[in-house]
Design a protein. Structure first.
Length: 719
């Protein structure tokens, strides 16, 4: 093998799953940088490396050094030390501070930080607080390195080592040795496969009951991710056997029995296998909804005709028959569902119902599942609306929702919009907090995509036949003039949308651009977002235009679209976070997990306002509120110039652009296209092939979900 020595100048690519890196190294005495490729776990900018491997020729990128093994050595040059310290490795030291420190201490810099950090006070801008931060970060870095060396032996990447250290601290090695499967549950990004690889490398028997138990739990968790609340026993064991690559026999049966005994899973009728929290949620939700519907209503009887006449005067509009029915039922029902597509007057009816209840001196609370949906509800009605999490006063410190059966909401009526987005667990927590005297009104569109979380709550509530349901079908005149609305309804009815171009000189709100070639479609999307839409319609390319796509991978998937849109819409100089994630000032980003401590939730969109390598922090503005992330938390946010149609539920954007290609074949469904179209407020542009659009419109078979809520609601008693 050949050996080369150099300083790491740049990381151009990093696959976090396997730590495959493409990097640029400055070899001593050479003018040009050398490209090195290989598994380089835990390397940091500025480090001096001894690399062993061989020279190869890549047809696209030319001569590269393919690394077989490497070791890091302390940077030997002033420039190397400066780059090493300025890389964001040590919290409290950024590029500017690194330059000052190295200027003062030269080659002795690392020795000073290690053994005599008090000397750093000689430098302007470094006080006791910063010295303490630097010292703590330096010690942590050494500990992380130690954990990395241990975990590398078991095939764990450097980025995961840092997350493991953040979770378990100095107990990291002990925890991993005792039960590596804990990582799958505790560390975001580490799934069962990675934890299992570590366990196998540590010598845990592939046929052990512990592995089988964790495998069953993992499969059930994956299935809840697909929307299932439970899974049939036989199918579950088949899937577990396939995933674990063991026979479906005594080991799996013993493992399942152990999980039942430990109450980690609950099996009903010896067939339906639930993770314990989902069984509790589904049975509890059914029981609470049934009990709520049997209580007397809070509102006193009203003269419906008189109320509607008064409402029409106040609102300045005539109510349709179904809307009148909704007003009447709202006052008489304990649980009411109002459903309908765009333009059918759901917002008008919410406003009307609020006015009736307020005239009766009743306390009304408004909520929606996401921040954006709550904001939209508030703007549309003029009354305060909160996310369900805020309404239920979620507290990470006290562990969960504070509002519940023992401390219910102070309300006579709770109205919830975008109810199709609410999964089984969240709906259970909501109904648990609705006081027995109060009414619950669920408003939503059941033809949209089902909730991201498990269950089909709104659909099951309607299908149970137990509750009053008003289905709004009449499209109002103003809405009928919108091709967004009329095409959404055509798609929902299984009819091909009207793709005719408007007459010359006239603007429309719905366009189809034919393009069969994915690369050309990508170029057209970039041009639409960068120039054409803003030039023609005046929309801000970043804040007003949203690209929505059915898939995550591929040329027209979320990842590639974001990379290319970031290039053209935000040419600012970027900063690489943790060696692989490029963020820029003013980038549009989305929160992808619920973070209750920061009060930001899955789907919230914000804009990066600062990136500090020195403090190792990224700040994001979410609707006027600044939220700060440590670099180690940066995987909670992703670029959001393009988002999946699923993630866009509950949101509206002035303009949306949606690629619809035959390469999306597996994902082309009617409710997906319908949901995408209905996210556009003033402009929708589809780009792709008519064949792909036709496939989607014809495919009305959304994947069925295993849930027993409908059956539980239909029963007269019992769980």
């Amino acid at each position: 093998m050949d050996t080369i020595y150099g300083t790491l100048e740049r990381i151009t690519f990093h696959n976090e799953e396997n730590d495959f890196v493409v990097a640029r190294v400055k070899e001593k005495g050479k003018k040009d940088l050398t490209t090195v490729v290989g598994s380089l776990s835990g390397i940091n900018l500025g480090e001096s490396l001894r690399l062993s491997g061989k020279w190869v020729h890549n047809n696209k990128y030319g001569r590269q050094f393919q690394v077989e093994k490497f070791e890091t050595v302390v940077p030997a040059t002033v420039n190397g030390i400066e780059k090493y310290l300025g890389s964001g490795l040590i919290k409290g030291i950024g590029p500017v501070m690194a330059k000052r420190i190295v200027k003062m201490f030269g080659l002795d810099t690392l020795e000073v930080i290690e053994n005599n950090p008090g000397e750093l006070s000689r430098i302007d801008g470094i006080g006791e607080k910063r010295i303490a931060m630097i010292t703590r970060a330096w010690e942590e870095q050494k500990e992380i390195k130690e954990i990395m060396v241990f975990l590398q032996g078991y095939g764990v990447s450097a980025s995961y080592s840092a997350k493991i250290f953040k979770k378990y601290g100095s107990a990291s090695i002990k925890v991993v040795k005792e039960n590596p499967y804990r990582l799958a549950a505790d560390i975001r990004g580490i799934g069962f496969t990675t934890a299992d690889r570590i366990a196998q490398n540590m010598g845990i028997d592939p046929h052990s009951v512990m592995r089988a138990e964790e495998g069953i739990i993992y499969v059930l968790n994956e299935l809840t991710g697909e929307g299932h609340v439970y899974y049939p026993r036989g199918k579950l064991l088949d899937k577990a056997a396939e995933m674990l690559q063991i026979d479906r026999g005594a080991v799996l049966e013993t493992a399942l029995a152990g999980l039942i005994k430990g109450r980690r899973v609950i099996v009903e009728d010896e067939q339906s296998v639930y993770l314990a929290p989902f069984y509790l949620a589904e049975t509890g939700l059914a029981g609470r909804l049934r009990a709520l519907s049997e209580e007397p209503p809070a509102a006193r009887p009203i003269d419906t005709e008189k109320a509607i006449s008064w409402l029409e005067d106040v609102l300045g509009t005539k109510l349709a028959e179904k809307q009148k029915k909704a007003v009447d039922l709202a006052a008489r029902s304990k649980v009411l569902v109002i459903t309908g597509g765009p333009g059918t007057g759901k917002t008008t009816i919410i406003k009307a119902i609020i006015k009736v209840f307020r005239a009766l001196k009743l306390k009304v609370l408004l909520a929606a599942p996401t921040g954006r949906a709550a904001k939209k509800m508030q703007e549309a009605t003029g009354y305060e609306a909160r996310t369900i999490h805020r309404l239920l006063e979620y507290s990470p410190q006290n562990g969960g929702f504070q509002r519940d059966r023992d401390y219910p909401l102070e309300a006579d009526v709770v109205i919830v919009d975008e109810a199709s987005m609410i999964d089984t667990i969240l709906m259970y927590h909501l109904v648990k907090a609705v006081p027995p005297r109060a009414g619950l009104i669920l408003v939503g569109d059941i033809n949209q995509l089902p909730s991201v979380g498990p269950g089909s709550v709104l659909r099951d509530v309607i299908a149970s036949g137990r509750f009053q349901v008003v289905t709004l079908t009449e499209i109002f005149r103003q809405a009928r003039e919108s091709r967004i609305v009329t095409n959404a309804h055509l798609v929902n009815q299984g009819k091909f949308p009207d793709l005719r171009r408007p007459p010359a000189g006239e603007a429309a709100d719905f366009y189809f651009i034919k393009e069969e070639d994915p690369e050309k479609a990508l170029d057209k999307i970039l041009m639409l977002c960068r120039k054409n839409i803003s030039r023609r319609f005046g929309y801000n390319p970043v804040k007003d235009i949203q690209v929505l796509t059915p898939m995550h991978r591929g040329l027209l998937g979320v990842s590639m679209l974001n990379e290319r849109l970031q290039e053209v819409l935000n040419p600012n100089e970027g900063k690489t976070i943790r060696g692989y994630k490029l963020f820029k000032l003013n980038d549009k980003v989305m929160q992808v997990v619920n973070n209750y401590q920061k009060e930001v939730f899955n789907g919230d969109i914000g804009y990066i306002t600062s990136i500090s390598p020195e403090e190792q922090e990224v700040s994001v503005n979410f609707d006027g509120r600044t939220v700060t992330y440590d670099f180690s938390e940066a995987d909670e946010i992703v670029l959001a110039y393009a988002v999946s149609i699923h993630k866009a539920q509950g949101s509206e954007y002035p303009a949306v652009v949606i690629p619809v290609m035959t390469q999306h074949y597996m994902l082309l469904q009617r409710n997906l296209i319908y949901t995408g179209i209905t996210r556009g407020k003033k402009l929708v542009i589809l780009i792709g092939s008519k064949k792909a659009l036709a496939i989607a419109v014809r495919n009305n078979k959304p994947g069925s979900r295993y849930t027993m809520l409908k059956e539980r609601l239909s029963r007269d008693s019992g769980p």
